[in-house]
Design a protein around this ligand. Structure first.
Ligand code: ADP
Ligand code: ASP
Ligand code: MG
Length: 596
């Protein structure tokens, strides 16, 4: 018999009428001949209310007790949902994470799922019950209750769909699908018929709160097609699968992370181990760092800038102050009035003219770009928070995201063709054997020696310069791979570096030198011989330890890191060209235990 997992988010179970409506959807699916597992979130704003309550009794509540508290929200919902199903004449049993056997590690408030037992759920399904599972929670080895991080019910749903080899996983929410950007922020956003796992992963971790990023990791790892749709209507929504909505579209969506803060360390001794020292102190505090940009100065000192969530700024500053003391860093600047705007698309990996289009749109809106980082499928910029909204709108318009792309797949076909195949199921069973479900998954370590680097120092703090640089570079038919721009808040100047194919270095230098003189930048330098080392896998950003392991292994091999960029599926570092082979060998050794 086909099996469906249906997840209902907080706003979809916010009151008794909504709970009854959700129960009806599940009963209907059962009557259509499916076994049904429901995954339910806490009602409405319950989780926020519980957090607020906790903060009233303790400024820094113990994480274990926080989980004890937060998990009650979902326990209320599942019980009410089971009662609702009964009242409508069907059989249902509610289960907590612990009762299902969702085993996690012990990282309270951010726990990772290790395994899920299916025995109890299968027995209950076979005897005709709708199984109602509490989202967002599990238990650790010592039977302590854990939670999976905000928005984690999505992750419970996709994990259950994976272990039960469900035929579909439906995420019912208060929007009718995944849009090109948050439709509540921008009414002109367009609903997509389909989005690829990789694109959704990036968007989810760059601010598109519609899906928990770890749920998308599960989807990708275990081949679970995910259908995001409305709990209030029956229209088909958006499928998250392997393929993008349409081929060759450079950008499928954009996202905003409003609550960011920037930290810059000026005058970091440019030697192996400095980054490791800094980031391991942040890692120890479980702080998620993004937009890491390092630029090497003339005097053997580097500047390192990165962003952290605004509410982790205080803890982050504590961590970097420790490091500053230890390493002899000149000064630390920070800014908590910034926001990150990102564009994402599988198509940008294959075409030029994407970065300059984004930067031109920002310049047109009068927005100054403070920092830039890129990966194969995304470009992120840091801007002032009060300009973020107009920045997002300008970027959305520049890529015509409100228009359906040519060759877009049709919704009915996509939904119909997205069932997992028998081969998928075999693959998943093999993948699950002997491994924790959310364990680090690395599938490739590689070396690219085809690139060279150009750096423009002392770029003044005015809109339009990045646009001009990349327009001219694109006009010269040069394909740019990585772009990083760091920013020193105090002096209001940026350092912009990018990589180009070796054979194009002199053309790129001609462009850079001309623009540097037009815009009165401090200077241009280049390195003809760089090596890019990459580690690829799934969920590399949520596993913050990956970058750390790379830093450690390169530092032990005496190799200095020049540039860094990270995405969900890959971490790239640029090192001196003479260290390519040695770096590759040390990374292969460092990741030997998790390489699959
Ligand atoms: P739930 O409680 O059902 O889990 P969430 O609030 O977590 O719902 O997620 C749904 C919300 O995500 C929507 O109301 C919408 O405002 C927001 N959102 C952000 N980005 C997007 C996007 N790209 N597409 C659709 N919704 C988005
Ligand atoms: N109730 C939890 C939260 O609000 C989990 C979820 O809704 O997904 O974050
Ligand atoms: Mg959610």
């Amino acid at each position: 018999m086909p099996l469906i997992v249906q997840k209902f988010g907080g706003s979809s179970v916010a009151d008794s009428q909504k709970i009854l409506a959700a129960a009806r959807k599940a009963i209907r699916a059962q009557q259509e001949g499916n076994q049904v597992v429901m995954v339910v979130s806490a009602m409405g704003d319950t989780t926020d209310d519980l957090l607020e309550l906790a903060s009233q009794v303790n400024e820094r509540p113990p994480a274990r007790e926080m989980d004890m508290l937060l998990s009650t929200g979902e326990q209320v919902s599942v019980a009410l949902m089971a009662m609702a199903v009964h009242s409508l004449g069907s059989k249902a049993i509610s289960l907590t994470g612990g009762q299902i056997g969702i085993r996690t590690d012990s990282t309270h408030t951010k726990a990772r799922i290790r395994s899920v037992s299916t025995d109890r759920m299968k027995k209950l399904l076979e005897s005709g019950n709708i199984v109602i599972a509490a989202g967002f929670q599990g238990i650790d080895e010592d039977w302590n209750i854990t939670t999976l991080g905000r928005g984690g019910s999505d992750t419970t749903a996709v994990a259950l769909a994976a272990v039960l080899q469900a035929d579909s996983c439906e995420i019912y929410t208060d929007v009718d699908g995944v849009y090109t950007t948050d439709p509540r922020v921008m009414p002109e956003a367009r609903r997509m018929s389909r989005i690829s796992y990789d694109e959704m992963l990036e968007l989810a971790s760059l601010g598109a709160g519609v899906m928990h990023n770890r749920a998308v990791e599960f989807g990708k790892k275990f081949n679970v097609p995910i259908h995001v749709r409305s709990s209030f209507t029956d229209v088909l929504g958006t499928m998250i699968v392997n393929e993008p909505e349409a081929p060759n579209v450079p950008v499928c969506g954009c996202a905003i992370t409003k609550s960011e803060a920037r930290i810059t360390l000026v005058g970091v001794p440019d030697r192996p181990g400095s980054s490791l020292d800094i980031f391991s102190r942040l890692g120890k505090r479980a702080i998620t760092v993004d937009m890491v940009v390092q630029n090497i100065g003339e005097d053997g000192k580097a500047d390192i800038s990165f962003t952290v969530p605004q509410d982790e700024l205080r803890a982050s500053l504590e961590a970097v102050q420790e490091a500053a003391h230890e390493l002899g860093i000149e000064r630390i600047t920070h800014d908590d009035q910034v926001a990150k705007i990102s564009v994402v698309g599988l198509g940008m990996a294959k075409q030029t003219g994407v970065a300059d289009r984004m930067f031109r749109a920002l310049a047109g809106a009068g927005v100054n770009i403070q920092m830039i980082t890129t990966s194969e499928i995304k470009i992120s910029v840091l801007v002032r928070r009060n300009e973020a909204q107009s920045a997002l709108r300008a970027v959305h318009a520049a890529f015509e995201l409100e228009r359906e792309p040519a060759g877009a797949a049709k919704r009915e076909q996509i939904v119909a063709s997205s069932r997992p195949t028998a081969q998928n199921v075999v693959d998943v069973v093999q993948r699950l054997a002997g491994m924790d479900m959310e364990e680090l998954f690395i599938d490739d370590i590689s070396l690219d020696q085809s690139q060279a680097r150009v750096t423009i120092r002392g770029v003044p703090d005015v809109p339009g310069i990045a646009a001009k640089v990349f327009e001219e570079v694109a006009a010269a038919k040069i394909f740019v791979d990585m772009i990083v721009q760091s920013y020193d808040g105090q002096e209001g100047q940026a350092t912009l570096s990018f990589t180009v194919p070796k054979g194009k270095l002199s053309d790129a230098m001609t462009v850079a030198k001309k623009l540097a003189s037009d815009f009165q930048c401090a200077g241009v330098s280049s390195s003809p011989d760089i090596a890019k080392l990459s580690v690829s896998g799934i969920g590399l950003r949520s596993h913050t330890g990956v970058a750390m392991r790379m830093f450690r292994s390169l530092s032990e091999a005496g190799i200095n890191i020049g540039m860094i960029n990270t995405s969900e599926v890959r971490v790239n570092v640029v090192v001196d060209g003479t260290h390519g082979e040695k770096g590759l060998a040390s990374l292969q050794k460092a990741f030997a235990d998790v390489l699959r």
